[in-house]
Write a protein of this length. Structure first.
Length: 473
């Protein structure tokens, strides 16, 4: 049982002005494993003031000074990989392979940002003008619970690469990961105020950051509903806003697909991060004439999918993060049944033999139509919908018929054909026959999956403003 009673402002661990204690759970056991003392709006203001003071000097640092800072941060976070992995397992319930990836991702993103910065030209020419890419100011960085450490490090890395300072509001449900990352970043010895970390509630700390006139930029990852409210609040002060929101990604299985490869890939795309992934492929579009064959292969594959103890190396689906999330997933499974979809795997309740923990049964529905609730709304759990289609045109139309547009997958033996289909999909990323991540490529959503892009040069530019200087050349 740990008590986390410090936040990080102006280079120091300080006791928050806020006094509310918030319970932290192990989702695999439902036991309280710790408590965090939450920051309040006053703490957020203090953090913003510190970041504003630091911006005056950080914005004038050279590229090589910032690269050196990012490398020190990378080393400090990498040194805590094992501790972070433990926290991710304990506090979030990520299965072994996922948890290890997440623990490494947190330090890797710092190095990736250093690489991008190395090659980035802050000054260029447009006609007779010199164009300088100038850091925006204080950045408010708000993260969700489904990859908290990675989002803290990734957003901070990009903000700092651009020359911005930061106030970070991590998910209140991930305070153990936040403590470890904060301690690591403190050890990297950056100037005071460059980054400030205030764990608190979204409605208080998050809202204060979104409204404060001294915050120039918000980078938010989380739900579409909260993203919209941040956009409304931020509009009062015309903040620049990057929103990474929800998804309902299609997996388009073309009629020539090899099911020995396509089915395992589709199941992994759907159940990744225990289904708690914005990029999860949750609508699987299958040619009607091969539907029965596909369903049979899916049943075999799901039977091999182990849901349960995240510490068991054979587990690929861990628990839902909270009771609220567990209940939400159960409700959607019930809605799917009530709306007439046909369960081909899983269903309501916990997996066989498990009677505690927020575990759900890996679930797949068939006979889903794209108008059903389970095909339209983000469930954020391991619940997939198979939707039959007639021809490729119909598959593309169904794929695009969603308010979201974060990611899509196209599976086919014919790469050129898959490429053509991918070019017609409205999504920020389309993966052809792969689940690989590319940190150099932009990431973000079309439509209600968000605004703006993260990663690579597009990511850096989201923290910069172009300024034209005339008469200087
Ligand atoms: P959430 O929107 O409930 O919370 C995200 C963060 O916003 C938390 O830190 C929360 O405290 C804060 N917040 C809540 N209300 C706020 C307010 N009024 N003002 C400012 N901040 C506020 O999301 P969650 O439940 O933590 O995460 C799950 C969601 O995140 C899913 O919808 C998922 O799709 C999305 N997500 C998107 C991406 C992406 O890159 N597109 C990645 C991961 C998760």
């Amino acid at each position: 049982m740990q008590l986390i009673d410090k936040i990080y402002i102006d280079g120091q661990f300080v006791t928050p002005h806020g006094s509310e204690l918030f319970d932290l759970f192990n989702p695999a056991t439902e036991q309280v494993i710790g408590r965090v003392r939450l920051a309040d709006a006053q703490d957020a203001q203090d953090a913003i003031s510190a970041a504003k003071r630091a911006f005056a000097s950080v914005s004038r640092t050279t590229k090589s000074e910032r690269i050196a800072m990012l490398k020190r941060m990378h080393e400090a976070v990498a040194a805590k990989e094992d501790e972070l992995y433990e926290a991710i397992t304990e506090e979030y319930g990520a299965p072994v392979s996922r948890g290890r990836w997440m623990a490494q991702h947190a330090s890797n993103v710092l190095l990736e940002a250093a690489k991008v910065l190395q090659d980035y030209a802050f000054t260029r020419r447009a006609g007779t003008a010199e164009v300088v890419m100038q850091p925006l100011g204080v950045a408010g960085l708000i993260t969700p619970w489904n990859s908290n450490a990675g989002f803290i490090c990734g957003k901070l890395a990009t903000a700092l690469a651009a020359g911005c300072t930061a106030v970070i509001k991590p998910s209140e449900m991930s305070a153990i990961q936040t403590r470890i990352v904060t301690e690591a970043l403190h050890e990297a010895g950056l100037p005071a105020g460059v980054f400030n970390i205030v764990t608190g509630r979204g409605e208080t700390v998050g809202a204060q950051i979104s409204a404060h006139p001294d915050v120039a930029k918000i980078s938010f990852t989380g739900s579409t509903a909260v993203g919209k409210s941040i956009l409304r609040t931020a509009s009062e002060t015309l903040k620049r806003v990057t929103l990474e929101l929800g998804g309902k990604s299609p997996v388009i299985v073309l009629d020539d697909a090899n099911f020995d490869e396509a089915v395992p890939l589709a199941i992994q795309a759907g159940f990744m991060n225990s289904g708690q992934a914005c990029i999860a492929g949750t609508r699987i579009l299958v040619p009607r004439e091969r539907l029965a064959e596909f369903e049979a292969r899916v049943q075999q594959e799901v039977a091999l999918t182990q849901a349960g103890d995240p510490r068991d190396p054979n587990t690929t689906v861990g628990p839902m993060v909270s009771q609220k999330q567990w209940e939400r997933v159960q409700r959607y499974i019930r809605i799917g049944i009530d709306e007439g979809a046909r369960l081909i795997a899983g269903g309501e309740g916990r997996p066989d033999g498990i009677d505690a923990g927020w575990f759900v049964r890996p679930t797949v529905f068939s006979d889903v139509t794209n108008t059903m609730t389970i095909a339209r709304e983000e469930i954020f759990g391991p619940v997939l919908s198979i939707i039959g289609y007639g021809d490729t045109e119909e598959a593309i139309a169904i794929g695009n018929d969603t308010p979201y547009g974060l990611q899509a997958y196209v599976l086919s033996r014919d790469k050129a054909r898959a490429h053509e289909v991918a070019s017609r999909i409205e999504a920020g990323r389309v993966l052809v026959n792969t689940l690989a991540h590319e940190p150099a490529a932009p990431f973000g959503g079309f439509k209600q999956s968000g605004i703006g892009r993260e990663y690579g040069t597009f990511g850096i530019e989201a923290f910069l403003e172009p300024k034209s200087l005339l008469g200087v050349l």
